[in-house]
Design a protein around this ligand. Sequence first.
Ligand SMILES: [Zn+2]
Length: 150
Amino acid sequence: MKKEPEKFELSTFPAKIDVKNLIAKGKVGDRLKAEIDEKLNLRLDEENVLQEISGNVQLTLLEQEILAQFDINYLAKTVCARCLEEYERKGDVAFDREYLIGRRTPEEDKLIVDKNFQIEIGEPTLEEITLDIPMKPLCSEKCEGIIAKS
Ligand SMILES: [Zn+2]
């Protein structure tokens, strides 16, 4: 039976934070913390499926932008590079993004607050998690690979 090839598109999950109140009523330096707790089943590539993300994003209103500081834990199903068994891997990523206020197009390394006063956090989060997953993940440091299995 011929199997359809699976597609590995780096899709994003709908993850937007409303920043209208922060921008409309806030002063420079004001902060807003958003909690993240998502169950996903998102295939990142041939070997990795992102299952859960949790953590928070701390937003700070600046003169012309919002600084978003992410602190994210994730759980991904991945494949051990030695024994080729699937296992669950936990990781965490901490990173920043800047969202420009009142712009239509992003600048290099900066994103924008969209016309509905929302910021999109899904794509940068996936970007960083994808970078964090090692090229050759191991189920355990002691994994002895395929040969040792009986
Ligand atoms: Zn292994």
